[in-house]
Design a protein around this ligand. Structure first.
Ligand SMILES: CC(C)(COP(=O)(O)OP(=O)(O)OC[C@H]1O[C@@H](n2cnc3c(N)ncnc32)[C@H](O)[C@@H]1OP(=O)(O)O)[C@@H](O)C(=O)NCCC(=O)NCCS
Length: 241
């Protein structure tokens, strides 16, 4: 326990700013973290038997539901937190790169609940994290690059209902699907919504609460409803925008 507390203090010091003091864990806290992590690893070991491929440690929280796990590929050190719903049923399956985290209660649903409308699927690059309570409806293919951060409750919707014909119900007219791409090193703020067909360029930031309907150039900060460029992050991004 003492060794774990020392390692935790070192990790904390490395990951916090110079001003922040490393907080020493109490025995109880250290035990709680170790027990939770151990149980998540055990659950991961069980799930690994059913996944299409899983390369290294897999951490699975309490109450996680994975369907069609034979279509899910996980890299090393993938963390699937408590209550996540991960639906594997999709034409191109689900690929989670090394070090990906799926935050608590997020839902990844490529297909309809009963599997009648088959979706395309999702690929998340190494080091990316999906915030708690996010919803990714990967009916059109969703590609998320490396080191991408999605805040809590982000919504990605890669389809629109067709509604041109007013003599029929919207429901009867079906959907149009276009994928969503988020390139490497982006940060998507909490409660942002990314709509069908959008590409978010490398190194961009989407402000909290934005609704993104059009492509975002690399290095931009966008916000609002509908989202517009607030500013570019660098001079070179300004020149090439
Ligand atoms: C976009 C953000 C990063 C700030 O970027 P910034 O360039 O420092 O922005 P500023 O605060 O200087 O504001 C610049 C302009 O953008 C506007 N703006 C900032 N945040 C905005 C938002 N969420 N929606 C709409 N407009 C926004 C400001 O009103 C300001 O407009 P003005 O020039 O007309 O006054 C921040 O506001 C934000 O949304 N952060 C997300 C936080 C989050 O979700 N965290 C989750 C943890 S993963």
């Amino acid at each position: 326990m003492r060794l774990f507390r020392a390692l935790h203090a070192r990790a904390l010091a490395r990951h916090t700013s110079k001003e922040a003091l490393a907080v020493e864990l109490s025995e109880g806290e250290a035990f709680g973290i170790l027990a939770r992590t151990g149980l998540a690893l055990l659950r991961g070991l069980c799930w690994k038997l059913f996944l299409r491929r899983s390369h290294g440690a897999l951490y699975v929280g309490r109450g996680v539901r994975m369907t069609s796990p034979g279509r899910i590929v996980a890299g090393r050190n993938v963390k699937i937190e408590e209550g996540v719903e991960l639906q594997g049923l999709a034409r191109r399956g689900i690929v989670l790169g090394d070090g990906v985290t799926l935050g608590r209660l997020c839902a990844i649903r490529p297909s309809s609940y009963y599997g009648v409308d088959l979706g395309e699927g999702l690929c998340i690059g190494a080091g990316s994290a999906i915030g708690a309570g996010s919803w990714i409806g990967a009916s059109g293919f969703v590609e998320i690059g490396r080191d991408v951060l999605l805040g809590p409750q982000v919504v990605i919707i890669p389809e629109n209902h067709v509604f041109e014909d007013t003599s029929r119900t919207i429901k009867e007219q079906g959907v149009q699907r276009a994928g969503v791409t988020i390139e490497d090193d982006c940060w998507i703020g909490t409660r942002a919504t990314i709509l069908s067909g959008v590409r978010i360029g490398r190194g961009s930031i989407v402000a909290a609460g934005a609704v993104v309907r059009h492509d975002v150039p690399p290095g931009a900060i966008v916000g609002g409803v509908p989202a517009r460029v607030l500013r570019m992050r660098t001079e070179s991004a300004r020149r090439s925008a």
